[in-house]
Design a protein around this ligand. Structure first.
Ligand SMILES: [Fe+2]
Length: 404
């Protein structure tokens, strides 16, 4: 059985299933195994991990600790509670193929611009103001014209060129997050610039560490963390990079409970922009497809953020972020009380628990021949019970959405 325990309860003889910290490349000793060395337990604690999952079938148990299913149910309850907020929620709808193609073109050209900037940096050249602005201008256009398309792109990114695409993804999400929080135009512009440059210091990390397919050694992990300091040094005294943009770059790995890096700042020591950047950076990283692991579904990623928000992030900002993407983001597969299975195709900002679905089954066992739309805001007799992994019902989401 998989159970969640506080890190202080981790003892020799327990089997670590998941260090519950998938937002970063963790050192090799956090890989799944049975704990037998107090020094390793202490090292895991020092990483800032607060809660951990153990497998009680392979190691010692902690009686009374919640099971993985209990944790999931509790989180689902918390997510449903977020629907009651009165902060801004967006109306995301499924993008048309042409909107998607357009957003994809923008994303690709912005990624190429960032790749050019980073290559220049690696060669020791200056960062070009005009190129960064051109990339941001493109991203802003796509955030304004079709946020739905942008969200869908998150899952279409290719596994190559991860670092460049990640910068563009974080910039787009942070721009949208800023709009949702009704920040002023200049601030939104500055956080967008900061996001595009936030990982620029990675260009000074040796590529065998940056692109290492396996887990990093402790020394490599420490070197990887230096990318924030390297990034700050690369910006130097460039006057076009505002203090707001610098906050994004310098603080995107700081954590609300002081467990982040490079400075170990906590709560209000981290600027609001740094706190927002941390949330978005993690969301984009865990949903991305990588060469060696599959990206998380947005619904899973938002629940992980909610779980981690109790320690590592500003809970209010996580609530805003989740509401801005929807409790059940576009393309999420959900199960209804009636047993029906549907795919979220249109958000309902007035009630995030009642989006419009493309129904693909009227019960859990049979898939219907012709999918149909169901607007849950009108079908008041039914409701979403939970979201489901598409594989569980052998649902090819893309194939169904092509029929809409
Ligand atoms: Fe980073």
């Amino acid at each position: 059985m998989i159970k969640k325990i506080p890190i202080g309860e981790l003892k020799s003889g327990m089997y670590v299933h998941d260090v519950n910290c998938s937002w970063r490349s963790m050192p090799v000793f956090t890989f799944r195994h049975r704990m037998s060395d107090e020094k390793i337990i202490e090292k895991i604690r020092q990483l800032g991990i607060r809660e951990i999952y153990i497998d009680t079938s392979l190691g010692d148990d902690l009686p009374g600790a919640p099971t993985e299913d209990e944790v999931r149910m509790e989180l689902e309850g918390q997510m449903v509670g977020l629907a009651d907020g009165d902060e801004v929620a967006f109306h995301h709808r499924l993008a048309s193929q042409s909107e998607l193609d357009h957003a994809w073109d923008i994303h690709r050209s912005a990624s190429q611009l960032i790749q050019g900037i980073m290559t220049d940096v690696r060669m020791g050249r200056q960062i070009e103001f005009d190129t960064v602005h051109e990339a941001l201008h493109n991203i802003n256009g796509s955030v304004l014209s079709s946020f739905g398309a942008l969200m869908q792109l998150g899952q279409l990114k290719s596994a190559d060129d991860y670092t460049f695409q990640h910068c563009v993804g974080v910039s787009a999400l942070l721009t949208a997050f800023g709009k949702g929080l009704e920040l002023n135009r200049q601030t939104i512009h500055d956080v967008g610039i900061g996001a595009l440059l936030h990982d620029i210091g990675k260009m000074q990390i040796p590529s065998e560490i940056l692109n290492k397919p396996g887990r990093l050694t402790e020394i490599e992990f420490d070197e990887m963390k230096q990318h924030v300091v390297y990034g700050r040094n690369l910006i130097g005294d460039a006057s076009w990079v505002s203090s707001t943009a610098l906050q994004v770059l310098e603080q995107h790995h700081e954590r609300y409970d002081g467990t982040g890096y490079p400075k170990g700042l906590k709560s209000s020591e981290i600027s609001p922009m740094g706190q927002m950047a941390a949330i978005v950076d993690v969301y984009d990283a865990i949903t991305a497809e990588r060469v060696y692991h599959k990206g998380m579904m947005p619904a899973d990623a938002l629940r992980k953020l909610q779980e981690w928000s109790h320690f590592h992030f500003n809970e209010d900002l996580v609530r805003h972020f989740i509401r801005s993407l929807g409790i059940y983001p576009l393309r999420t597969v959900v199960r209804l009380e009636s047993g029906g299975i549907g795919i979220v195709i249109d958000q309902n900002p007035a009630d995030l628990l009642r989006p419009t679905l493309l129904m693909v089954s009227d019960d859990e066992k049979r898939l219907p021949l012709s999918p149909y739309r169901l607007d849950l805001s009108k079908a008041t007799a039914d409701r979403i019970i939970t979201y489901e992994p598409p594989e569980k019902y052998h649902i090819d989401v893309d194939r169904y959405l092509a029929t809409v």
